[in-house]
Structure formats: structure tokens, C-alpha cells
Design a protein around this ligand. Sequence first.
Ligand SMILES: NC(=O)C1=CN([C@@H]2O[C@H](COP(=O)(O)OP(=O)(O)OC[C@H]3O[C@@H](n4cnc5c(N)ncnc54)[C@H](O)[C@@H]3O)[C@@H](O)[C@H]2O)C=CC1
Ligand SMILES: O=C(CO)COP(=O)(O)O
Length: 333
Amino acid sequence: MDKSKKIIGVIGGGSWATALVKILTENVEKVYWWMRNEEAVEHISKYKRNLKYLQGVELKTEKINVSTDLESVVTSSDIIILATPSAFLTSLFQDFPIALFEGKIVFSAVKGIIPEYHAIPARFIHKTFNTPYDDIGIISGPCHAEEVALERLSYLTIVCQDEDIADEMADKFRTRFIKTTTSDDLFGTELSAILKNVYAIASGICAGLGYGDNFQAVLISNAIQEIENFIDEVSPIHRDVKSSAYLGDLLVTAYSKFSRNRTFGFMIGKGYSVKIAQMEMDMIAEGYYAVKSVMEINKKFNVEMPIVEAVYNIIYERISPVIEMKILTDRLS
Ligand SMILES: NC(=O)C1=CN([C@@H]2O[C@H](COP(=O)(O)OP(=O)(O)OC[C@H]3O[C@@H](n4cnc5c(N)ncnc54)[C@H](O)[C@@H]3O)[C@@H](O)[C@H]2O)C=CC1
Ligand SMILES: O=C(CO)COP(=O)(O)O
């Protein structure tokens, strides 16, 4: 098939899916787009805007085929991009005729762990759709949907072990406000993108507790070391964690006012309960689920991860953030 003719389908109706559709319609003639909410579909068709997410973005609806029919979006597309929060993936595909995924390339833009299996999206895709790892890709940052909406210059890292597929997707996402780089580090990039959400929660908690910039710098320096130690242990290949997909994504999430994970952590640092913080945000902080799964996965690898442990203890063991962060300060260097 002519590379440029491959049709893309985006699965998800939130901010990130909306941003990805916006970018794609700069380059391609047709994008299929699935979302759950019929009202949101009608709103897009009528007003060219997503009802609840990135409402400021005027979408090129003449290029978008949006619907709530998941089977038809998958069937119509050659490349499927998953862009829902990780916690909804299992139920979404529970009764789906998996054979429809045969021969499809599947990308994940999800930065979370599927909680039921403690599985990263690449593994979920491989196991659920029988997609070979060479046909699985990752779209990573550093990139916040809100800045894409504003067309502020952003960089995406497109990851696939098959170099041709990575190049092809990088072409489709390159626009006047998006630069793209490629990588073949499927597992390392994905794990790093998941872990940085936990560190962004830690950063938010510390900011909420009143720790200053000096401490934040130490926290994030230690965080990138935890990331490096963990991903090198789980997926030992040569990589440079100073690259944007690792360190850059950590920095943007830990410091940006747009980060849901940081905001969630900030509220906890300010004394909100986990439940109230989640209700207040009305958006998903992936790190909430990820920290539990990382603790579980790490039982096998035994990497020293004091920041992950601190966030877990605060969120799941209900240990006071003041006490837990005080203990953490003695474990950082
Ligand atoms: N927003 C961003 O800047 C970026 C987000 N991501 C990742 O993209 C993924 C999606 O995040 P966002 O779009 O930002 O989330 P969001 O919080 O903006 O939207 C959540 C979406 O989940 C949907 N949803 C809620 N309950 C559902 C259910 N039971 N079943 C199916 N869908 C349900 C909502 O309708 C909405 O479409 C996450 O893994 C996130 O880490 C990755 C890079 C950037
Ligand atoms: O992954 C992101 C930026 O690269 C988005 O992070 P948040 O989910 O914390 O907003």
C-alpha cells in the first residue's frame, strides 16, 4: 500500500485525542475518530469543536469522520491510535471482535498502565489484538494537549521498532507547530512516559506542602535516576535518558501548569483527600493508577525507587504527605 494513503483512526474523546486529531488534519485528508459520547459527536459535527475538551480548537471537520461506532472506525483505518486513559482500555475492547485488528498497525498515545494486568499499553495491544511488536508504536512527548491547541511549538517522539512505520507516522505528525523525532525504544519510552506521571504527582505534592524550587530540582534529578534505573533493568538496551522523550517529558509534566498529575499532587499536598482531588479535577491523572502497578511490577525487579514508594504510601496507604515527604528528603541526594 502507498504509505501516504494509510488511513488513521483515533480512539478517544479527551484532550489528547482532540489534539492528535487537530495535528493530523494539518496533513492528511481523512481521519476516523471514535468517541463514546453521542452528544459530543453531534456537537463536533455542528460546531466544529469538542464539547468538553480543548473547546478553543476549531476542528477541520470536513476531514474528520467522527462516530461512536468503534467497529466501523477500526475497520476503516489502517493505523489505529489509542488515546483513552489506560483505565478504560480493557472495558472498551472487552466484547470487541478482535479479528478486526488483523493486519492493523496500532499506536498508543496512552501514558498509563492497564491497572487490571499491570501491563503497559504495548503489551496490552500485543496480547489483546495479537499485533506483532514490530507493528506497535508509541506517540510520546514532551507535549501537553493544551499547548498543541495554542499551536505552541512542540516536539513529539514517534516510537516503533519498525523504522519505516516510525518514519511514516513522524511524517504524518510533522506540522508548522510540531516537530517529530523517531526512536525504536518501545518499552523504555513507554515506561518512562508512565513513570514521569508518578514523579509529577510527587512534584505537585511537594509544591502543595510548600517545598521550594531548590528542593524540586533535587526531587526531579532523583526522579530521572529512578526512571533510568528502572527502565534499564526492565528493558536493558542502550538509551540516553537525557533525550526529550524521557527527561523532557518528565520536566514538562513535573513543572507545567497544564499537568493533571502535578495538579492532582498539588491538591493532595494542600490537604485534599484522593477522592476529592479526583472529583475536583474531572480529568484523569494516570499516575494515580500507575504508581500501584509500578510497585507491583517492581516486586520482580527490586529497583530502589524511594519517590515511587512515597507517592504510593501517600495515595494508597494514606500516610500523611507531611510525614512521608519528610522521610523522603532523607533518602534523596
Ligand atoms: N492531555 C495531554 O496533554 C496528554 C495526555 N496523554 C495521555 O492520553 C491519555 C488520554 O488522556 P486525556 O485525553 O488527556 O484525558 P482527558 O481527561 O482529557 O479525557 C478523558 C477521556 O476519557 C473518557 N472516558 C471517561 N470515562 C470513560 C469510560 N468509562 N470509557 C471510555 N472512555 C471514558 C472521557 O470521555 C474523555 O474522553 C492518557 O493516558 C494521558 O496520559 C498523553 C500525552 C499528552
Ligand atoms: O503526558 C503529558 C505531557 O507530556 C500530560 O501529562 P498530564 O497527564 O499530567 O497532564
